[in-house]
Design a binder for this molecule. Structure first.
Ligand code: SAM
Length: 260
């Protein structure tokens, strides 16, 4: 191995441009160490000894290209993260009306499953489309198995009702019960390039636009707002907002909006 944890400025530019073009994620100079760490990991896995060869590899292999984009994205999430949005919906909406919900950057599935268990507890009728650009994350959603570390915020009774505890080598894991999973459909969807095909009552697009620049955020918000039914709700992450973007939404709570 000749790679010593360094990527030249032109290689950094090339790699960050690939990530930007594919996902909209901006990797500025401050993200240099992060990109080095993630590229080194992929180089170890693919047994590639220098960055130039790795760049050639992602240009020639669709699979490695997808794995590189997966590696470059931040997938951090956990159950009941920023749960005020879901609590607001349960308090505000009438459970007699069926809901079509989209978790538009669902990562490994904790967000859609958190919403699902709470809607079930409150006797809502609903279906959730959980999408992400990352195929690896979608596979994790489909498995619906999680380390218990990710469920620290889940109330005990909810945990008991909707999750099955693992045994033996799965001791520190839980599986989301099939009665919850059946309400969630998974699909690959790139917020940057794909067009929504359905209309939704509620769209969650949380903790992803934080990685985008303003033109990309505008494009995503315009596209998602079109897929929101009149009176529908739109949520971004608690540290995000829609300042400076054109949209037809009114704020209803921090990082929560409603279409007129
Ligand atoms: C930090 S996670 C957010 C998960 C969850 N929404 C939450 O708030 O906890 C961000 C997710 O956005 C996904 N992502 C990044 N760029 C994307 C794009 N262009 N289209 C769809 N998903 C994207 C990543 O793969 C990652 O899983």
């Amino acid at each position: 191995m000749t790679f010593e944890g360094k990527i030249s400025p032109s290689q950094f530019k090339k790699l960050s441009r690939i990530v930007y073009k594919e996902s909209g994620i901006v990797l500025n100079d401050k993200k240099y160490n992060l990109l080095v760490a993630r590229v080194s990991k992929r180089m170890r896995i693919t047994k590639t000894s220098n960055v130039a060869d790795y760049i050639s590899l992602i240009s020639s292999s669709k699979e490695e290209f997808a794995d590189f984009i997966d590696a470059a994205t931040t997938n951090h999430t956990f159950f009941f993260r920023e749960n005020k949005h879901c609590e607001f919906l349960i308090k505000t909406l009438d459970n007699a009306r069926p809901l079509n919900i989209w978790s538009a950057a669902s990562s490994s599935g904790e967000e859609p499953f958190s919403i699902a268990v709470q809607l079930l507890e409150n006797r809502f009728e609903f279906s959730i489309f959980a999408s992400d650009v990352s195929g690896a994350m979608l596979k994790q959603c489909q498995k619906a198995i999680y380390s218990i570390d990710r469920l620290k915020e889940v109330p005990r009774s909810t945990l008991h009702t909707y999750f099955q505890r693992g045994k033996g080598k799965w001791e520190n894991h839980v599986r989301v019960k099939p009665e919850v999973v059946k309400h969630v459909q998974f699909g690959k969807y790139n917020l940057l390039t794909d067009t929504p095909t359905d209309m939704y009552d509620i769209i969650f697009c949380r903790n992803v636009m934080i990685y985008f620049d303003t033109p990309t955020r505008q494009k995503v918000v315009t596209s998602l707002c079109r897929a929101l039914k009149p009176g529908g709700y739109f949520f971004v992450g608690m540290s995000e907002n829609l300042h400076g973007l054109k949209h037809n939404l009114s704020a209803v709570l921090p990082s929560g909006y409603r279409k007129a």
